[in-house]
Ligand binder design. Structure first.
Ligand code: CDP
Length: 228
């Protein structure tokens, strides 16, 4: 079987896409691109420049103007990759609670999506890539050779997000995280442009109760299997 050249992994907040996607890319020797980080970087730029997260026009202009670069880790502090916004390392800043709150508002703006999708497609054209997000299998890479939709119950995803934050020394109430995940799911699924949904030809992988290793095995299994 010829190796797939592009692998799309989509799914809701906290389903483990970034963790699993990075491991799949490492295992296969592919480039890893976490598209959520790009939308987060635009949201951070909006905060830094006092752009209203409801001002679609200003957000679109901002998304076209900023330079966002994702690359291998430049610091060994637990990061899976480094994110640069106009040359400045914002890898951890884009993970703040404030950005969690506004990122889906920013990501629903069509002009923001157009700018990001164009960059994502240009990167995928360069070579083998594992791309993770919400609309990779449906919009960004509809011809991806393998499509996985990674999911888990909202309660499980809130627990994982809590554990992830705790590992970074931040404590937030589980209820608050659950509420935020449900709100983001709703915004991401109900938006007019590129809503979160599995591509028709995606394989859904349910990860409730699975360890990272078990979820990784399932995803690798899907990837290794020739598509019908
Ligand atoms: O890490 P987590 O799953 O919480 O979120 P993320 O993947 O970093 O994505 C943050 C937000 O960006 C999502 O809630 C979406 O609103 C948006 N996003 C998107 O619209 N399209 C993508 N391809 C990736 C992210």
């Amino acid at each position: 079987m010829a190796a797939p050249r592009t692998i799309a992994i989509d799914g809701p907040a906290g389903a483990g896409k970034s963790t699993i996607g990075a491991l799949v890319a490492e295992r296969l020797g592919y480039l890893f691109l976490d598209t959520g980080a790009m939308y987060r970087a635009v949201a951070l730029a909006a905060r830094q420049r006092d752009v209203d997260p409801d001002d679609a026009e200003a957000l679109g202009a901002l998304a076209r103007e900023v330079r966002i670069a994702l690359g291998p880790p430049t610091v060994r502090d637990g990061r899976a990759y480094t994110v640069l916004l106009d040359g400045v390392d914002v890898t951890w800043q884009i993970r703040s609670a404030d950005i969690d709150r506004i990122v889906s508002q920013v990501a629903r703006v069509p002009a923001v999506r157009d700018a990001m999708v164009a960059q994502q497609q240009a990167l995928a054209a360069r070579g083998r890539v594992v791309m993770v997000g919400r609309d990779i299998g449906t919009v960004v890479l509809p011809d991806a050779q393998r499509k996985v939709f990674l999911t888990a119950s909202a309660a499980e995803r809130a627990k994982r997000r809590g554990d992830e934050l705790a590992a970074r020394g931040q404590v937030r109430p589980r209820q608050e995280l659950l509420h935020e995940i449900l709100r983001r799911d709703q915004l991401d699924s109900e938006r007019a442009v590129s809503p979160l949904r599995p591509a028709e030809d995606a394989v859904v992988v349910q990860t409730d109760g699975l360890s990272v290793g078990q979820a990784l095995d399932r995803v690798l299994h899907v990837i290794a299997r020739p598509r019908a």
